[in-house]
Write a protein that binds this ligand. Structure first.
Ligand code: B3K
Ligand code: ZN
Length: 874
């Protein structure tokens, strides 16, 4: 157990800062073994502060204080305590000159200034700036920055910071300097600098108002050929934000840097976005379609932050969803516009329902706007990001696109240059639309996934159909009682001949029902027969919906629902019902109707191939666990496996035909038609090899040999790995590594194919991967691809009944926590849902959590996750 217990921070305790910093002048001297940071802060008392504080208290962590001067005179009565520097009795307005010494080379937390593959880079969100220099490191202190970087010219020819370069030149001893100035006030978490030996790829974008923006991407020389897709995505995002939100870029330069060692995906620093290499670099030979897609949306996401996050930022970290929820919503809209909106929605909801719903149902559940935290790094969660985006989507649904745009215009106009709250966002939406969103605000305040129970009656005589919807929400930590939510339910009614029925006098065939009370009834009249309801179209609210559709009705909706999302969802519901009936012993055989539904999908000409691929994918083990109390993973897996084998054997000829009809030849392009064809054809290949089909084996081998792009090559590799063909598996894994060992991003995928494999990825296999020469404990991508993928995606082996998977994870978390607490806390996530599992798994998971809790030196990050998971801290 830790000697002292970290304290929680509460939203209710928010106070405006006692001081403001208007200007920051930084001079950063970089050396191999340390950096000297000279900062001049222009500070004044905050007129809005009522506390009349006399002392200036700055944040700072692990800094060596070299000198401290106030208005040019050395300060002698200051105090340095853990995490703070206090300067007593300061004047109304003054300059503070601070010099700190830091050690970027030894910075293994990857927060603040650190080294990655020989370059210097920063990560300041949320509280990393305090590891560079003493500062009021909170987002409501916004300042203009001037940053001069000095370093050895040969080792670090490229020196970057936020804003525009204003001065550069040679210094003594082979050193040089570049000075950058950012005219826009920003919080410290958006500060960034980079120094390295990097190549520059240039492009440009002409804005709607005719300004030419310099686009520059900086990468290591070996990655020079992997920049095109990111730059193309950036230009698309810039054009889209002008068209859809009327937002133009504001600086003259926009820079993107790729670094290998990064705790997350990317960071939206003003004018200088820093990316994890795996989220920005791509070439057809090294990156899959899924990676191309991810890069397009992450590049867009970080770019969109320039308005939703940077120009208008968060008042405090409880408001994180103000920028993240809104920006995820914006990047979702963008991705929908770039490809198929339905497919994009399916992929997104699939992830939300499995992972965010699990978070909302577990011991770490928190509102979109949390009330308290111990370590803010733990709150970059699916709830804040993805549920936060769903909340913004619901506002969009309730207001309609035009009013929503007026609301966002008002929000940006009203709050440009300010640090504000989620409440300010909702108020702008209300004021622009004249809609009252008072009750709607509960989505920000109450945790947990609401549940809708729907029942219906049909009065044949009057032709009246009545839908009754009851809402409830389970208790979550600290919130035992929930008030009803304001929930938009998009829906339609379908006649037995498949016709969409009119719902009102205007003959609309789709409507949005608004639920505000605990229970509502909605009547539809003039119907000749009892309709089949199609509910929650497009997943119009992040809720669980329960309606007793029969299997025949689900099959009917799979082919006849005009809403593509609901067609997919009907197929998922049918498959869930079939799998869980087998697992729970209600059925012994696979319902032949499921096979027939899939046969129809495979043989109906003209269907969207990307949709067919999604519809053919059985519900994941993770989703089945989420739907089950006391989940017995081996039993769920067994039932799922039985269904998969039955379906694939029955449809063997159709799957072979799909391969023949749809596999794209020719040169690779990341465009929706090709991506869809590859995804369908590779799904068919996977099913064929799973059943040990000889033709499938031959096709996988041929595709593995001949593929000209990574999507097909990796799909073939996976098909062979997750199959009974053990010799082919070994050969292909060895060959793939031999071909690609020089490319870290491809090696990461090679790791993940093994650690995520339900066939081979057991504890022995992942233990061997940890000992592989390419594995690097200090590189978060490698750690995620081996340990994270094993614990998060390979549920079969992670939940091995003997507890070996849980023990393995516990050991690795413990090791990582000593040098990178953000990563160790992230990796502990799979253990937090222990209550969801069958007793033997539950006990073993909780046992590991208790062992971690009892470590004498565990980090604050991990402390919060384990104690909250065990129900021991609030
Ligand atoms: N804002 C960053 C995330 C920072 C995470 C800090 N632990 C990336 C993003 O959401 O765009
Ligand atoms: Zn973001």
């Amino acid at each position: 157990m830790r000697a002292e217990q970290p304290q929680a921070v509460h939203l209710a305790d928010y106070r405006v800062p006692a001081f403001l910093i208007d200007h920051v002048d930084l001079r950063i001297e970089l050396f191999e073994d340390c950096a000297l940071v000279h900062s001049r802060l222009n500070i004044r008392r905050n007129p809005a502060d009522e506390s009349q504080a006399r002392d200036l208290v700055l944040n700072g962590e692990e800094l060596g204080l070299e000198s401290l001067m106030l208005d040019g005179r050395p300060v002698e009565n200051h105090r340095v305590d853990e995490g703070f520097l206090t300067v007593p009795s300061v004047p109304e307005h003054f300059h503070l000159d601070v010099t700190t010494r830091i050690h970027p080379r030894d910075n293994t937390r990857l927060e603040g200034l650190y080294q990655s593959s020989g370059m210097f880079c920063t990560q300041c969100e949320a509280e990393g700036f305090r590891r560079i220099t003493y500062f009021l490191d909170r987002p409501d202190v916004m300042a203009c920055y001037r940053t001069r970087i000095e370093a050895d010219r040969e080792a670090y020819p490229v020196l970057l910071a936020n804003g525009n370069p204003v001065d550069w030149g040679e210094l003594e001893d082979g050193r040089h300097q570049v000075t950058w100035e950012d005219p826009y006030p920003k919080p410290s978490y958006l500060f960034a600098m980079v120094a390295g030996d990097l190549v520059e790829k240039r492009d440009e974008f002409v804005t709607g108002s005719g300004r030419t923006i310099d686009l520059r991407m900086y990468v290591e020389a070996r990655n020079e050929a992997k920049c095109e897709h990111a730059l193309a995505s950036l230009k698309k995002a810039m054009a889209w934000d002008e068209e859809v939100y009327g937002r133009e870029y504001d600086l003259d330069i926009f820079m993107v840097v790729a670094v290998d060692d990064f705790n997350m995906g990317a960071m939206e620093n003003k004018g200088l976005n820093i990316f994890n290499s795996s989220c920005v670099l791509a070439s057809p030979e090294t990156a899959t379609d899924a990676a191309y897609d991810r890069i397009e949306s992450i590049v867009a996401h970080e770019y969109f932050h320039n308005w939703s996050g940077n120009r208008v930022t968060c008042r405090d970290w409880f408001q994180l969803s103000l920028k993240e929820g809104f920006t995820v919503f914006r990047d979702n809209q963008f991705s929908a516009d770039m490809g198929s909106p339905t497919v994009q929605r399916i992929d997104h909801v699939n992830m939300l329902r499995t992972a965010q719903f699990a978070e909302d149902a577990g011991p770490m559940a928190h509102p979109v706007r949390p009330d308290s935290y111990i370590e803010i790094a733990n709150f970059y969660t699916l709830t804040v990001y993805e549920k936060g985006a769903e909340v913004v989507r619901m506002i969009h649904t309730l207001l309609g696109p035009d009013m929503f745009r007026e609301g966002s215009d008002l929000y940006f106009a009203r709050h440009d240059g300010q640090a504000v709250t989620t409440d300010d966002f909702v108020s702008a939406m209300e004021d622009a639309s004249s809609r009252d969103l008072t009750q709607f605000r509960r989505w920000y305040e109450q945790a947990g996934t609401p549940e809708l129970r729907v029942t219906d009656t049909f009065d044949a005589e009057s032709g009246t159909y009545t839908l009754t919807i009851r809402q409830s929400c389970p208790a979550t930590p600290g919130q035992s009682h929930k008030e009803p939510f304001h929930i938009p339910v998009r829906m339609g009614l379908i006649a037995s001949d498949g016709e969409a029925l009119p719902l009102d006098a205007e003959q609309n065939t789709e409507t949005v029902l608004e639920l505000t009370g605990d229970e509502h009834s909605f009547q539809f009249s003039g119907l000749a027969e009892r309709p089949v309801p199609s509910l929650l179209r497009g997943f119009s609210a992040p809720v669980k919906l329960d309606y007793p559709w029969t299997r025949d009705q689900l099959m009917f909706l799979m082919s006849r629902d005009p809403d593509g999302f609901n067609r997919w969802d009907a197929g998922q519901k049918l498959a869930v019902d079939v799998i869980l009936s087998i697992q729970q012993g209600r059925d012994t055989e696979v319902d032949p109707r499921l096979v027939e539904a899939y046969r129809t999908l495979l043989t109906t000409p003209g269907l969207d191939r990307a949709m067919v691929a999604r519809m053919l994918a059985l519900p994941s083990t993770a989703w089945l666990i989420e739907l089950t109390d006391e989940a017995d993973v081996a039993a769920i897996d067994g039932a799922r496996h039985q269904v998969e084998q039955t379906v694939a054997r029955a449809l063997r000829d159709e799957l072979v035909q799909v391969r023949a009809d749809h596999h794209p030849g020719g040169s690779y392009a990341f465009e929706p038609g090709q991506v869809a064809a590859r995804s369908l054809s590779n799904s068919a290949l996977t099913l064929l090899t799973r059943i040990g089909d000889e033709q499938g084996r031959e096709q996988a081998l041929a595709q593995f040999e001949q593929a000209t792009n990574m999507t097909d090559r990796l799909a073939a590799l996976k098909a062979l790995v997750d199959s009974p063909f053990s010799q082919e598996r070994e050969d292909a894994l060895a060959r793939f590594h031999a071909d690609w060992h020089h490319d870290p991003q491809v090696v990461e995928q090679w790791f993940a194919v093994q650690s995520g494999s339900p066939w081979i990825g057991n504890v022995n296999c992942v233990t061997e991967l940890l000992a592989h020469p390419a594995f690097d404990w200090k590189n978060p991508n490698k750690v995620r691809m081996v340990i994270g993928v094993f614990a998060g995606r390979n549920l079969t082996h992670f939940h091995s009944p003997d507890g070996s998977g849980h023990r393995f994870l516990g050991e690795q978390i413990r090791r990582l926590d000593a040098f990178n607490p953000q990563i160790s806390a992230q990796l502990a996530q799979p253990l937090t849902r222990w209550r969801q599992y069958a007793p033997h798994l539950r006990d073993s998971m909780a046992g590991i959590l208790r062992e971690l809790r009892d470590l004498p030196d565990l980090s604050r990050d991990l402390y919060e996750v384990v104690t909250k998971s065990l129900g021991e801290s609030g």
